[in-house]
Design a protein around this ligand. Structure first.
Ligand SMILES: *Cc1c(COP(=O)(O)O)cnc(C)c1O
Length: 386
């Protein structure tokens, strides 16, 4: 299907997004969120999937009254989405350089605030009374956010600065560790305590969010009036433990990977036993080998630590990466793909026939997590929705 449909594609490498699977994951998380507002986190170019493309797909499927939001890291990503015609609420989750805070008004963006300095800078803006902020509380991740005991004072500071305090947020430190819920419990306790103090002082906080994908999938009680969904939207599991727990609890359907990454065979060559392969002569062929050169390398996001470790699919057959990953190409052993021809499609991530290469497999090879594998897919690669 997909592999033949794209025969006409004229790129040397491209990324396909499955509309069907994206919609499936959207529905799964909408179900898990219940009445809470989903904030689709599409930072890091939508985890490598293409921020504008993903946001537009979601916008097209939004049914009236669903109230979806988007969460991004940087002001640049937020501005890009507005320029691409995304009208839904957008919250900037990361730090914004002070001279650019005025763009929050210009583009109607919300901001997660973590510091008194940012509040002070906001207070200097014209039209600041239009800016809606959410207070980020550091309940134990020791990342962004102010400590819970400073939260009430900060709420007053925000009010005095003349901006609108609309919500509060926290982020879990180890929610993926499903067998160890105590720290997450402590974080939630600190969060709810801080919020009750703020509300008792007369502030209304209609948008309160703590849960990320792993929390939504395994601990429904952490979904408050909103939740932030990243990795799960893309059909990838936050961790193997989370996937196993989620499956066991049977609270929602299995997630389906949205992204496939493909290229083509640029060159095929038969080499003899004992032929050194690639930079540094790190590997020699152990048998007569059909070598395929695939024009994708670490500059495209195929990590160099996949050298002699990753594999690709050619005509449904598993083919191992030989030698070092180069900047713009890899060398694979295509011997098992007996009828391979130059220009045949190579699958770097995704399905080809009965087999698939997952972001998880590549992550394991590269000593990282699936998040990093997809988030680092280069922006210059063409993305298409199929
Ligand atoms: C990235 C991010 C998320 C999404 O996390 P996933 O594990 O991808 O669902 C949620 N909240 C914050 C603050 C984030 O930075």
């Amino acid at each position: 299907m997909a592999l033949t449909a794209l025969k006409k594609n004229n790129q040397k490498t491209w990324i396909e997004l499955s509309r069907k699977n994206l919609r499936h994951n959207l529905e799964v998380f909408r179900g898990l969120c219940g009445s809470a507002t989903p904030i689709w986190t599409i930072k890091a170019n939508a985890y490598g999937h293409g921020a504008a493309l993903v946001a537009k797909e979601i916008q097209h499927t939004i049914k009236k009254g669903k109230g979806e939001w988007f969460g991004v890291d940087s002001i640049d990503e937020a501005v890009l989405l507005r320029q691409e015609g995304i009208a839904a609420p957008i919250i900037v989750l990361g730090w914004v350089p002070y001279p650019r805070l005025g763009e929050l008004v210009k583009y109607n963006l919300r901001l997660l605030v973590s510091s008194a300095r940012t509040v002070k800078e906001l207070s200097k803006l014209r039209n600041k009374n239009k800016i809606r902020v959410h207070l980020k509380i550091d309940t134990g991740a020791t990342r962004q956010g102010i400590f819970p005991e400073q939260a009430l004072a900060m709420a007053h500071m925000i009010r005095a600065a003349g901006v609108i305090l609309e919500g509060a947020a926290m982020h879990f430190a180890n929610i993926e560790d499903v067998d160890n819920p105590t720290y997450g419990d402590l974080q939630i306790e600190r969060f709810t305590h801080a919020i009750s103090l703020i509300e008792a002082s007369g502030f209304a906080l209609p948008v309160i969010h703590a849960a990320c994908s792993a929390a939504i999938m395994t601990r429904p009680e952490t979904v408050l009036t909103a939740a932030r969904i990243g990795i799960g939207l893309y059909g990838l599991n936050p961790s193997a433990l989370v996937a196993a727990r989620y499956k066991k609890q049977k609270r929602g359907a299995e997630l389906k990977p949205v992204l496939s990454w493909r290229s083509r065979i640029a060159l095929l060559k038969q080499v003899k036993t004992g032929t050194p392969v690639g930079y540094g002569l790190t590997e020699k062929t152990k048998k007569p080998t059909m070598i395929a050169i695939v024009p994708v390398g670490y500059a495209d996001g195929y990590d160099r630590s996949l050298s002699s470790c990753g594999h690709v699919l050619i005509n449904g057959k598993k083919c191992r990466v030989m030698g070092r990953v180069c900047m713009n190409m890899i060398i694979v052993d295509a011997t098992s793909a007996a009828r391979a021809k130059e220009n045949d499609i190579v699958t770097l991530i995704g399905r080809d026939g009965k087999r698939a290469v997952s972001a998880d497999e590549l992550a394991e090879c590269a000593g990282t997590i699936n998040y990093e594998v997809v988030a680092r897919l280069a922006e210059h690669i063409t993305r298409i929705v199929i």
